[in-house]
Design a protein around this ligand. Structure first.
Ligand code: HEC
Ligand code: HEC
Length: 246
């Protein structure tokens, strides 16, 4: 009798042991697969990865929670940005620094005006009125010119003055391009609308010219792993546009 009970105990013990071993094997398998995919994410060319739906899904799974935790505070839970801080709408903007995965990854790694030596930092919006380079009337003229480019109602005479400021003493064309569509290498925004960093109403446009602008995105190179940063880059060139089609 005693030995039968011991045998039952033993077999129950064996069963539990086998179940634990099986669970361990399954999670070890999952962990190894995760490790392998993570290595693949870092090793392969970003454009190749984008063409591989399996890897885009994997990147999305990694990136989604990180985006919500680290980026959404500024960029918005639904990528909508925040004009009060000049955070672009990632679904709507035409990408200040280009929307291919390599460029986006560079931005995430080193940031924009972040203080990191490799940060994107080629141009700043100067405080043209505050520094006396332009008079308030010059700046209001430039505002009317920008209104005309955006297809909004505008004052003819002021806009004409603004146009001469744009190509003259304001030097706007130098940074924002001859056609005012912005220059990717400098990260300057288009001034033609309908999408703006800070806003396209007269008062906000004037404020940009009056005080200048200095939008900053932090560098993530020492905060997140290379795989996490690669995953975020793939996520940002795919998810925001897809969310617009919803
Ligand atoms: C403190 C606020 C803040 C946080 C946090 C932040 N960003 Fe940014 N980000 C900005 C601002 C502001 C800009 C626009 C900078 C400028 O004026 O050029 C920007 C721009 C960008 C751009 C460039 C978009 C373009 O049009 O080229 C990318 C990519 C980006 N952020 C990714 C991220 C990612 C990924 C995270 C999280 C890991 C993140 N950001 C967290 C503020 C932030
Ligand atoms: C030295 C380069 C430079 C010059 C010159 C310059 N800008 Fe800018 N401008 C920028 C940059 C860079 C930004 C983006 C700032 C940021 O990302 O925070 C910007 C932003 C702006 C914005 C904000 C746009 C938005 O989407 O909200 C306006 C408006 C603007 N500039 C108008 C002008 C006008 C008008 C002139 C000429 C009178 C001018 N800029 C001259 C570099 C320049």
């Amino acid at each position: 009798m005693a030995s039968m009970a011991a045998g039952r105990r033993l077999s129950r013990f064996t069963l539990v042991l086998m179940a634990v071993a099986a669970a361990l094997a399954v999670s070890l398998g999952g962990w190894l697969r995760f490790r392998e995919r993570t290595a693949e994410l870092v090793r392969r060319d970003p454009d190749q990865l984008l063409a591989d739906p399996r890897m885009v899904r994997f990147a999305t799974r990694i990136a989604q929670p990180i985006y919500q935790q680290k980026c959404a505070g500024c960029h918005g839970r639904g990528f909508q940005g925040d004009p009060t801080r000049g955070v672009p709408d990632l679904a709507m903007n035409d990408w200040l620094y280009g929307n291919n995965a390599v460029d986006v990854e560079h931005t995430i790694l080193y940031g924009i005006r972040s203080g990191h030596p490799k940060a994107r930092n080629l141009a700043d919006m100067p405080a043209l009125v505050r520094t006396g380079q332009l008079t308030p009337a010059d700046a209001w003229g430039a505002v009317e010119y920008l209104q005309s480019l955006a297809g909004a109602p505008y004052d003819d005479a002021a806009s004409l003055r603004g146009r001469s400021i744009y190509y003259g003493k304001g030097n706007c064309y130098d940074c924002h391009a001859n056609d005012a569509r912005g220059i990717t290498a400098y990260g300057t925004p288009a001034l033609t609308g309908p999408v703006y960093l800070y806003g396209g109403d007269r008062q906000t446009l004037y404020h940009s010219i009056l005080n200048g602008r200095h939008g900053e995105c932090p560098a993530w190179v020492n905060v997140l792993s290379p795989a996490q940063i690669r995953a975020l880059a793939l996520y940002l060139v795919t998810a925001p546009r897809a969310s617009v089609a919803r």
